[in-house]
Write a protein that binds this ligand. Structure first.
Ligand SMILES: Nc1nc2c(ncn2[C@@H]2O[C@H](COP(=O)(O)OP(=O)(O)OP(=O)(O)O)[C@@H](O)[C@H]2O)c(=O)[nH]1
Ligand SMILES: [Mg+2]
Length: 451
């Protein structure tokens, strides 16, 4: 357990006018500070009213404060929160006065960093705090909440436990070199390492879902010029985000807009229409469209319902599947009683009008159905790891593979054990057996001050 010797202070609420603002202090000075400020401050976790006076004795604010006694606090240290009136002037006077009394201003994520260093949470939970604050959709909030409650941490602990058992077994054989390890077929260590590789791989693969939760589901609108792609974006976004015009080739660069749908955050991308002809700029726009299509999670293919279907470029066509594509026949208002030809086998197709809003309920529920299929991490606990976790998992997997080949080749058990211990370290990095200061600096730098 690490104990920081200094006491940190920061406002924990955003700068600006508000009914209430919170200033947080954590560290060894806290009990003495409260004693100086309010005299007898008694019970921990008890909200008390007091007048905050600066060191010169001038009243700064009438406020409420709470003391959290070490180690039962967010940081694991003595911690106090002051709930003052939300005037930036009052907040800075309190922060300044606390600095005059020996506290130092907290850097980004300093409170959570201490919580981690003092064992109040593992590293995956500390990361979940920032995910929770940044979450842009219901699903992202739920996922961050699950991680904060320790779902990922428990998964990793389970893997570490299994690996330790295998290691213990192998190490027993190191002491008795005349005996051979039980073979893979009879459930020996090799079989168990093999099973672990599969589980680690599955967990690493959930990064795909983690990215969709954290960054939004990349959804690209593609189709021929003038089909109504920009009109569709505007209606889904509920505002005039993109220029709409009867001239084909209006959109040349791609336009991104975040919207929330079915509990997900979607990064909706409007693109330049695809056609054979077009000037230099339009061609560059089309290149960008295809480039973006290479990275998209979902595809909204927009067609003009009254025109024959235009050909789709092969590079785009091969990315489309019933699981990730919705075909949208637009301009239904111009269709006089006629029907439309389906474009793609097995894909859901809807008839809408971006001009009148006709069919948009069905459009939105169809997009939601795609999201549930494509963006929901499988498995009962719906764990979805971050890029950092995935890197550590891949590293662990590589070492498990090396360990497994050594076991299969009947190499001395010491060699396999050393690979497996490497895998153990890699797994440990996820929840935080880290002695890598630089990595912690990088991680906590993304936090806000006061968290
Ligand atoms: N009648 C009718 N017109 C529409 C509809 N949707 C779009 N339009 C019209 O079609 C024209 C093209 O619309 P845009 O939204 O700019 O089409 P786009 O696909 O973004 O076109 P590019 O950016 O040139 O590729 C405009 O004149 C729109 O007003 C619709 O549902 N019904
Ligand atoms: Mg457009």
């Amino acid at each position: 357990m690490t104990t920081e010797s200094d006491t940190i202070v920061a406002p924990s609420t955003p700068y600006g006018e508000s009914a209430i603002a919170v200033v947080r202090v954590s560290g060894p000075l806290v009990p003495a500070l409260l004693m100086d400020l309010f005299g007898d401050f008694r019970t921990p976790r008890h909200m008390t009213r007091g007048t905050y006076r600066d060191r010169e004795g001038a009243a700064v604010d009438d406020l409420l404060y709470t003391w959290f006694r070490k180690p039962a606090s967010y940081t694991g240290e003595d911690l106090a929160e002051f709930y003052c009136h939300g005037n930036p002037l009052i907040i800075s006077k309190i922060v300044e006065d606390l600095q005059n009394r020996g506290c130092r201003p907290a850097g980004p994520g300093d409170f959570t960093r201490r919580a981690f260093l003092n064992g109040r949470m593992d590293l995956s939970q500390a990361e979940a705090v920032i995910d929770l604050i940044r979450a842009q959709s219901d699903r992202a909030l739920e996922a961050a909440g699950r991680q904060l409650r320790g779902d990922l941490g428990r998964r990793i602990a389970g893997l570490i436990e299994r690996l330790l058992q295998v290691l213990a077994e192998i190490e027993a054989y190191i002491d008795f070199p005349e005996e051979d390890l039980p073979p893979e077929e009879s459930g020996g260590p090799a079989a168990r390492v093999r099973a672990m590789i599969e589980d680690v791989e599955k967990l690493a693969a959930t990064e795909h879902y983690g990215a969709m939760l954290r960054e939004g589901v990349g959804t690209i609108i593609v189709g021929a010029p003038n089909a109504g792609k920009s009109s569709l974006l505007n209606r889904l976004a509920g505002r005039e985000r993109a220029i709409v015009n009867e001239t084909p080739g209006t959109t040349r660069d791609f336009i991104e807009e975040r919207i929330r749908l079915g509990g997900y955050c979607i990064r909706l991308l409007d693109t330049a229409g695809l056609r054979e002809r077009g000037d230099e700029i339009e061609r560059l726009g089309m290149e960008k469209t295809l480039e973006q299509a290479g990275e998209a999670d979902l595809f909204l293919v927009v067609l003009d319902a009254v025109l024959p279907h235009p050909p789709l470029p092969g590079a785009l066509r091969e990315r489309l599947s019933p699981a990730n594509t919705l075909v949208i026949h637009n301009k239904a208002d111009l269709l006089e009683g006629g029907t439309v030809e389906p474009l793609l086998d097995g894909c859901r197709e809807v008839l809408v009008s971006a001009l009148t809003g006709l069919g948009f309920d069905e459009l939105e529920s169809s997009i939601e159905a795609l999201l549930r299929r494509e963006a929901e991490s499988p498995g009962a606990d719906r764990v979805a790891v971050s890029a950092r976790h995935a890197r550590a998992l891949q590293e662990a997997r590589a070492m498990l593979e090396d360990g497994l080949s050594r076991l299969r080749e009947n190499q001395p058990p010491e060699l396999a054990a050393s690979e497996l211990r490497g895998a153990l370290d890699a797994l440990g990095e996820i929840t935080g057996r880290v002695d890598n200061e630089a990595m912690l600096d990088k991680l906590f730098a993304t936090f806000c001050i006061g968290k």
